[in-house]
Design a protein around this ligand. Structure first.
Ligand code: GUN
Length: 296
């Protein structure tokens, strides 16, 4: 059986159209949604992400505020910027691009972001709200995965889901979201015994371990939906890097019912969900109805 390939690029484009519609609705209600992105230092990959975020924010009709700070900025100065953004009514979402330089305590910075503006969903308040089934700001990548799963499978209730990887950014929130949709959820990780057999039980596999092509086709239950969050760089031909997922695409696609490719699967959904979270934050800040289909 050849799996359906889930086109994350097309899906993300549809999410951005929905976001742009919501921005028009917000503007008609007198609210001009704005996202502030803070970039510390010159990391080239981070600079590319931040540029893309700014461009897509503007294309969706929202205000983009970019704050670039030197790599040797003091923690106190960075915290002071975050505090200013927290009280700025033109800013509905704040994202501090990670990684931060080693001399800055990243946990302290993430904790300083006002939870209502925490469009990354990294603040412990949002982690706790999500974990207790309350309205939270949800991390962008797992939110994107959930949207794709809901579109493909409809109601997820009762399905067996295995999340491979236990990071705070993807694995743990992904498991909470799937639990919120009434899946039976297992989190597998590097210490899991017989991870192949555990994964083979799953109707839904979300792979987020950061190990290239770890998940093989014989780990997959026939017909399962496979979401590959991995973005691993490997040497390609002609001196160019190529991207590999956490799943071995060819063998998994022979068995799965549907699978996301790498690149072009989960990746494009992350910024789309950042925009969705900004709209959600702007609605909540102004007591307006939240957009349907753009939140957990
Ligand atoms: N660096 C790489 N991905 C992310 C992300 O999703 N959020 C933040 N804040 N930094 C990142």
């Amino acid at each position: 059986m050849a799996a359906e390939i889930i086109d994350g690029k097309a899906f993300a484009a549809r999410v951005r159209v929905r976001v742009a519609d919501e921005v028009l609705r917000l503007k008609a209600a007198g609210v001009n949604p704005g996202l502030a992105v803070v970039l510390v230092g010159e990391d080239p990959a981070s600079a590319v992400y931040v540029r893309n975020k700014g461009r897509q924010t503007r294309e969706a009709g929202m205000e983009s505020f970019e704050h670039r700070l030197p790599a040797d900025v003091s923690e106190a100065d960075l915290l002071s910027l975050i505090h200013r953004l927290n009280v700025d009514d033109a800013v509905h979402g704040i994202l501090c691009q990670l990684p931060l330089p080693a001399h800055v305590d990243a946990a302290k910075v993430l904790a300083a972001v006002a939870p209502a503006k925490d469009v990354d969903g990294f603040h412990v308040s949002n982690v706790g709200l999500l974990g207790t089934g309350q309205k939270a700001m949800v991390p962008c990548t797992p939110l994107g995965c959930l949207m794709m799963l809901r579109e493909r499978l409809g109601n997820l209730a009762g399905l067996e889901a295995v999340v491979i990887g236990r990071s705070n950014i993807v694995g743990k929130p992904m498991a909470q979201l799937l639990l919120g949709d009434s899946c039976t959820v297992t989190i597998a990780h590097s210490r899991t015994r017989d991870i192949e057999a555990v994964t083979r039980r799953a109707d839904i596999v979300v792979a987020a371990v950061g190990r290239p092509e770890m998940v093989r086709g014989d780990w997959i239950k026939p017909g399962a939906t496979v979401i590959d969050v991995g973005i691993n760089r490997a040497a390609g031909t002609g001196g160019k890097d190529r991207l590999l997922g956490d799943c071995h695409f060819e063998s998994c696609a022979e068995v799965a019912g549907a699978i996301t490719p790498v690149p072009g699967g989960v990746g494009p959904m992350t910024i789309a969900c950042l925009l969705a979270n900004t709209v959600t934050a702007a609605c909540r800040a102004n007591g307006l109805a939240e957009p349907e289909g753009l939140t957990a």
